[in-house]
Write a protein that binds this ligand. Sequence first.
Ligand code: KIV
Ligand code: ZN
Length: 512
Amino acid sequence: MSDQLIIFDTTLRDGEQSPGASMTKDEKVRIAKALERMNVDIIEAGFPIASPGDFEAVQAVAEAVKDSTVCGLARALAKDISQAGEALRHANSGRIHTFIATSPIHMKMKLRMEPDAVLEQAVGAVKMARKFTDNVEFSPEDAGRSELDFLCRVIEAVIDAGARTINIPDTVGYNLPNQFGSLIKNLIERIPNSDKAIFSVHCHNDLGLAVANSLAAVQNGARQVECTVNGLGERAGNAALEEVVMAVRTRQDLFDCDSRIDTPHILAASRLVSSITGFPVQPNKAIVGANAFAHESGIHQDGVLKNRETYEIMRAQDVGWGENRIVLGKHSGRNALRSRLQDLGIELSSEEELNEAFLRFKELADKKHEIFDEDLQALVAEATTSTENECYKLLSMKVCSETGEVPEATVTVSIDGEEKTATAQGGGPVDAAYKAIEDLVNSETELLLYSVNNITSGTDSQGEVTVRLSKNGRIVNGLGADTDIVMASAKAYINALNKVMDGIEDRAHPQL
Ligand code: KIV
Ligand code: ZN
């Protein structure tokens, strides 16, 4: 059995299925480049049949990425498979991932198909995918609730048909670690041609067990784990890449394989995904949370100072945590900014993006004396998260908040090039600003989430605001950062409104 654990990242596909996490083509390419830099083996770039935009995004990732395999998802349907094959045509290395549900409940209620017909369709799909590429992965969806005998029959047949990776999804996150580990062991032992394929797992986190289940599977013979940065994904998410990778790396005494992941790039990838999707990382999140390597209690600090290993099982710098360094200041130039961004693994796709980032950097340096790496990351995220044809632009804002007085905001917004101003009162300055913006745009959106995080420590830190809006069933996240949190809030709101307005494209969901 191979001693390489293949890391298959599905942030751009399953991760994007989280409500509000949809990404533009350029954002997907930026994340894909960060994954490639981290040595991710396979990047699932999307579901090409979902919409023309999804097709183009998979195509763009396939063209931009050279060192990782790029994968496209396809239901076991001819149109899906040919669309995936076409999107991956120019990939250096491409994979088609096709799937069909095999659990009794999915076959009966969702597919309305008899098991034999499901098996036949699975085999047909794999054979068709093989016409496009030798690199075909097959998933029996909801394998975690499928009957073992039927699962074995399907898997044996698709391996015969040419599937070289068999992915076992715990689609609804139902399994427990010992149960899931045994399932993988049983499949490998019982299926006569199992040695012709690599067994993979894809665990959802509905019971908080996605990482534990993935690790149990690896200990029982799985050699590919499907995961996402920050554990993003449908519902409670997928197994977190950073946790799987670091568990296997840290506990080499218990695993007979390891991944090729270049772990110091983990933190930058986590921040990039968080800022692009607008999903903040909780402070106590393993590996990438702000507190993951912070030793608050005096007793712990004492222990760590005497001997690091008393309370630390990993080195912070091995996953990308460094000193909170002051990198640039008011007098730093464009080249200094470019070079620091390169050190942080941030590639800007054009000179215009650099100019935009530099402009924002200068504005920030006027307000904030010390500029940290985190500030640069937020600044670039903001500069590049703006949608292509922005309908709304925040031009200016004045906010009055005084003891005993009702807070009031006057906001000027450019709407399709026309300048408009409104004043409104609210429960607080943010509420007043949002009401004034609403008076101007009349968006008819519902605010689902508003959250503020400080990017670095200190009262002059930038606040990063995430806003989630819903309109006609479509959910978007907006992001804004500023040293003034009311301004950051207004920027985030405008960013979300632009996303709502930006070409609402009908997209098919792969599993519904
Ligand atoms: O969770 C799941 O079953 C999936 C499949 C498409 C692999 O995402
Ligand atoms: Zn999934």
